[in-house]
Design a binder for this molecule. Structure first.
Ligand SMILES: Cc1cc2nc3c(=O)[nH]c(=O)nc-3n(C[C@H](O)[C@H](O)[C@H](O)COP(=O)(O)OP(=O)(O)OC[C@H]3O[C@@H](n4cnc5c(N)ncnc54)[C@H](O)[C@@H]3O)c2cc1C
Length: 378
């Protein structure tokens, strides 16, 4: 195993860090409180070619490599969670097409996503089907040359702003793991309503799209009928590790803010950082960040080296990274005392923003279940 960054990866890290600090940081507070996709951020990400990392080379991208995605997510999330969301959704939303789409589908939909002209969304979760994906109720049936979709989704990032949705629906009830299929649905299609937004504890562009006798042509089916679950799991196998990277970026921001605050906050005739209790907190934060980074980079390295499935390693990384970031940010608020609760304080925003990460793309409980199943099977 070799976790050393290649010269290209080091260059990417430095380039994204500079971009985040110089161009994104000045608008981060406003952008992160925006409940819709932030046009200014999208333009910065697009103009600097970052969406190309979400799309294969042959279709206008530079290729999808998990380590690159981890590097970009960590640097973006360190400064702006909205930038991280806007970036990664282009990959998550389009990856079922990358994995299972026809050449025509890839040629039509992927290049505009790589340029940031088209916004992507991944529509799997429903009001009564989150962890238990197969209990979804959205269904699709054939009517002549069209597939007709009916149903509703919930917690769909970028819904309302997206132009290209990959939508999972039941086509073969009773067929278990082969009951789902996935379709491309364009915003504006008759019978498709993506106007309903959701309001979360930390602003996030997210909504509840629904389909009411929505006709899409047969050629919008991605891959084979009944292979939707396989495409969903294949997509998550690539992107789950990157959630850990986003968490690490947020944890890193909280750690840096805590270090700075502790060194400057005077009390009892010395600085907060002079107390051993504070020093131990900072030490624990730094160790957790490093351990989380190593787990994420191992999973990324294995995937990019061609290991077919990294299900266990990705779950290790996602579980540990998101829970470590949650602990670090909680501790960062503690170090800041009352100041950490003030609106506008960086750690206050992080405290609200990090909460989603142990929930989306498989909750911590689901990660533990996945790991335990692998251990028992092995
Ligand atoms: C900010 C945000 C963005 C999101 N973006 C998207 C998106 O773009 N696309 C999309 O499709 N979805 C998205 N989601 C949805 C997300 O993937 C789901 O919230 C997640 O899968 C959990 O589903 P649920 O909320 O229905 O919770 P549930 O599945 O109802 O879980 C409730 C609780 O039960 C626990 N639980 C579940 N199974 C077990 C078990 N076997 N044993 C013990 N406990 C269990 C869970 O861990 C959780 O604690 C997003 C969610 C959030 C918060």
């Amino acid at each position: 195993m070799d976790f050393a960054f290649t010269p290209e990866q080091s260059e990417l890290q430095q380039r994204v860090r500079r971009l985040a600090e110089e161009k994104i940081a000045p608008i981060a507070e406003e952008a992160d409180e925006s409940p819709t996709v932030h046009a200014g951020l999208m333009a910065i990400l697009a103009n600097n070619g970052l969406f190309q990392y979400c799309v294969p080379k042959e279709y206008g991208g530079v290729g999808v490599r998990v380590m690159d995605l981890c590097i970009i997510r960590e640097e973006l999330a360190r400064v702006s969670v909205q930038a991280d969301t806007n970036f990664i959704m282009q990959g998550l939303g389009s990856y079922p097409i990358t994995l299972g789409g026809t050449d025509e589908q890839k040629t039509k939909y992927l290049p505009p996503i790589a340029r940031g002209e088209s916004i992507a969304a991944f529509a799997l979760t429903e009001p009564h089907a989150g962890s238990d994906v197969l209990s979804m109720k959205t269904e699709a049936h054939l009517d002549g040359d069209d597939w007709v979709l009916n149903g509703e989704k919930k917690f769909i990032s970028q819904a309302g702003d997206a132009s290209t949705y990959t939508v999972f629906a039941k086509t073969d009830p009773g067929e278990g793991s082969r009951s789902l299929s996935v379709f491309i649905v364009e915003a504006g299609t008759a019978g498709f309503d993506d106007s309903k937004r959701m309001d979360l504890m930390a602003a996030h562009p997210i909504g509840e799209p629904r389909w009411n006798d929505c006709h899409v042509p047969q050629e919008n089916l991605i891959g084979e009928r009944g292979r939707g679950l396989r495409l969903a799991l294949g997509t998550l196998d690539t992107f789950r590790t990157t959630v850990a990277a986003a968490a690490i970026g947020m944890g890193q921001a909280a750690f840096e803010a805590s270090l700075e605050y502790a060194k400057n906050r005077e009390m009892f005739g010395q600085n907060l950082s002079d107390f051993q209790a504070t020093q131990f907190k900072l030490a624990d934060m730094a160790v957790s960040l490093d351990a989380a980074r190593l787990l994420a980079h191992r999973a990324a390295w294995l995937k990019d080296s061609g290991q077919e499935s990294i299900i266990k390693e990705a779950s290790f990384a996602k579980l540990f990274g998101t829970e470590a970031a949650s602990r670090i940010i909680n501790e960062a608020v503690q170090i800041h005392g009352g100041a950490g609760l003030e609106k506008g304080n960086r750690v206050e925003r992080l405290y609200r923003e990090v909460r989603a990460l142990t929930i989306y793309e498989g909750t911590s409980e689901i990660q533990r279940q996945t790991i335990a199943r692998q251990l028992l099977r092995d």
